[in-house]
Design a protein around this ligand. Structure first.
Ligand code: UD1
Length: 451
């Protein structure tokens, strides 16, 4: 078999597996499924948190940096992960999965440095193949991701950093075409103008194989960036300053394979905690990483929840109506933009008024009109939303245009009277693994209606 440590329950070859996989309906983003939710009182029990989508995607792309095998555990089986698998396979990498939580990526067979529009346009994180591909093969051609529902989301910092490392970059026919003279990037000092998670990850991966030392200034310090850096070190990269805003990378000639477990998803965990804060009850999250989500836990405590934590678990107990809390999103370790919509859902039914300010993305209040249709009292003024808590919401058919906005509508459905139908949940399927099963397991009445 092509992979000695084959992860499949039945030993298929990579080829037959791929065929079976791609003819299946695993790509949920293509479906028109809906969720039907009926309020069912308090939530009680345990939920296991999945690995973080936002860590898994860059980690998979790191597989392009080596001809060895990168074995990733605790990978969430999400539409975006499947898209990344398809992207890497399109470049010639061998990707094997048990379809439960493990992936083996072997970049030894990569024979194509092109990332096509049809995949990049469905998932912006595809831009993360640019840095590793350019660093290892001296060239890369990656479709430019367009804007998206929550904002314009440029990649200028990624390109600026790679140019500082000697890359010649042109934009042609919607593609970033990058070439490293003599096939190698050169170490450089790069100061990012804005703190960018993806930019930091792309440049970090590129720097591991550059000639000489790269200093990355104004780095993002999100736990997913740290997780990537730690995996790169296991692969043989020389990185110091991990988890700080300055990382120094001494380039090496080659990296090797390793085994790495993806950090728990702090956004998925935070979403379930918000659910309990709204419905009341007591739920323990297993396989969580409380140290990566202190700002969120502090806000839940402020809202009246009793939070207890261990190394890898969080218990939330809520016996009262939540109190409204003010939120201002900012880069880690401050309050994450990816939790803004879910906290708005909580504030909508909380006691009191609150102010929610979004500082990361310019258009991230798309959930507001939908929440208002369910009876919320929210007004938006520029980057700030003002909320007055209401006693009850009423179920409705709603739809969202992005992932976390969809999550906020599910949360609202858990406490609304009557039936809530959340439409277009392919957004939700991009970032939440088995959400209906996980919430159903602690007592929510939530069911997937196949589209
Ligand atoms: C990642 C996360 C996303 C999260 C976001 C912010 C992944 C796959 N996605 O997205 O869930 O909401 O971090 O925590 O990890 N910017 C520029 N120029 C650039 C790059 C970014 O101006 O070259 C701006 C963006 O428009 C945005 C801000 O910087 O306003 C932050 O974006 P960034 O941290 O790069 O987000 P992503 O990595 O795309």
């Amino acid at each position: 078999p092509p992979f000695s440590g084959c992860l499949l329950p039945t030993p298929l070859t990579a080829l037959s597996y791929n065929r079976a996989h791609f003819s299946s309906k695993n790509f949920r983003e293509l479906t028109m499924d809906k969720l039907k939710i009926i309020a069912n009182g308090k939530l009680n029990g345990e939920i296991t948190v999945s690995g973080a989508k936002n860590a898994a995607l860059p980690l998979m792309c790191a597989g392009l940096l080596t001809s060895g095998t990168l074995r990733l555990k605790n990978v969430p089986m999400l539409a975006d992960v499947k898209t990344t698998q398809k992207l890497l396979q399109g470049m010639g990498a061998r990707v094997m999965t048990d379809n439960i939580s493990e992936f083996e990526i072997n970049g030894g067979t990569v024979n194509n440095t092109h990332a096509p529009y049809d995949l990049v346009s469905t998932m912006r994180a595809s831009i993360l193949v640019l840095g590793p591909t350019l660093a290892r093969f001296g060239k890369a051609e990656v479709s430019l991701p367009g804007g998206c529902a929550i904002g314009s989301r440029p990649v200028d910092q990624h390109l600026k950093g790679l140019e500082a490392m000697g890359a010649q970059i042109t934009i042609e026919h919607g593609y970033v075409k990058a070439v490293a003279p003599q096939g190698k990037l050169q170490g450089a000092r790069v100061v990012m103008d804005v703190v960018t998670v993806g930019g930091t990850e792309n440049l970090l991966m590129a720097a591991t194989l550059a000639e000489g030392v790269t200093t990355l200034e104004n780095c993002a310090v999100e736990p997913e960036v740290v997780d990537l850096a730690e995996c790169l070190v296991k692969m043989g990269a020389k990185i110091s300053g991990i988890g700080t805003s300055t990382m120094i990378v001494e380039g090496v000639n080659e990296l090797h394979g390793c085994e790495h477990s993806v950090v728990p998803d702090r956004i998925e965990a935070g979403t379930f905690l918000c659910a309990v804060a709204m419905t009341g009850g007591k739920v323990t999250l297993r396989h969580a990483a409380p140290k990566t989500m202190e700002a969120v836990l502090d806000k839940l405590t402020e809202a009246g929840a009793i939070i207890t934590t261990g190394d890898d678990w969080i218990t939330i107990e809520m016996q009262q109506r939540p109190k409204a809390v003010n939120i201002r999103t900012a880069v880690h370790p401050a309050f994450p933009t990816d939790m803004q919509a879910q906290f708005m859902a909580m504030n909508v039914v909380a006691e009191g008024v609150s102010k929610v300010t979004e500082t990361i993305f310019e258009n991230r209040f798309m959930h507001v009109p939908e929440l208002n249709r369910m009876g919320a009292n929210i007004s938006v003024d520029g980057h700030t939303a003002l909320l007055t808590g209401v006693e009850t919401l009423s179920g409705a058919t709603v739809m969202a245009t992005d992932l976390r906005a969809s999550a906020s509508l599910v949360l609202a459905g858990l406490v609304a009277s009557g039936e809530t139908i959340v439409d277009r949940i392919y957004h939700l399927d991009r970032g939440y693994e088995y959400i209906e099963k996980k919430l159903g397991g602690v007592g929510a009445k939530i069911e997937r209606i196949r589209g």
